[in-house]
Design a protein. Structure first.
Length: 193
């Protein structure tokens, strides 16, 4: 990500709560702007817009090294770790700030492994790895994206995600030609996530 600043990661574990919040805002804005540019056309489809919401709930996923993860979590009050399916190479927790700013901080269970987070960290280093949009029906949204926009999900249909969600991922071309990983997630039936 061309506008990425490595000091933002350090800001997430600052002793100063204001600095952590300001840093989270910078990271969120950076990921959100890039995702909006890549997905803006999606909101031209009425049904997809209803599935995602006119005011979509967006979470920016930030991949960090395990040692950084171990600094960010206690600095932010030890947020609960998400329950991630065993086959996924991730440990994660969410951070929420005023103004609807939400970050999903992720690291790899196996830093030298072949999982998505480990590969991202090895290739890109720490930074925005994905942008997540809440969706009321991931399978239907996947169909619309394929049929109306030629965007194919990484999976043919939704799969289990963190905390009982259903998820699918889409690599979408950004305005700079680089791909943006978009995750659509459907909350668990009990309303969590």
């Amino acid at each position: 990500m061309s506008d990425w600043k490595q000091e933002w990661i350090i800001g997430l574990y600052s002793e100063n709560a204001g600095e952590r919040a300001a840093t989270a805002g910078e990271i969120y804005a950076s990921g959100h702007v890039r995702a909006n540019a890549a997905t803006g056309v999606w909101w031209t489809n009425d049904e997809l817009r209803r599935l995602l919401g006119d005011q979509p709930q967006v979470t920016v996923g930030v991949a960090v090294q395990p040692e950084t993860f171990a600094k960010i979590r206690p600095a932010n009050g030890m947020p609960r770790l998400a329950e991630v399916p065993a086959e996924q190479d991730a440990i994660e927790f969410e951070l929420h700030y005023a103004g609807g700013i939400a970050l999903d901080v992720l690291t790899s269970r196996e830093p030298e492994g072949a999982g998505a987070i480990a590969k991202f960290l090895a290739k890109q280093g720490e930074g925005v790895q994905q942008v997540e949009f809440r969706c009321s029906d991931v399978d239907r949204a996947t169909e619309i994206l394929r049929e109306q926009f030629g965007v194919t999900g990484i999976y043919a249909e939704a799969r289990p995600g963190a905390d009982g969600t259903q998820v699918n991922f889409f690599l979408v071309a950004g305005t700079d030609g680089k791909k943006v990983l978009i995750e659509l997630y459907q909350p668990a039936r009990d309303g969590t996530a």
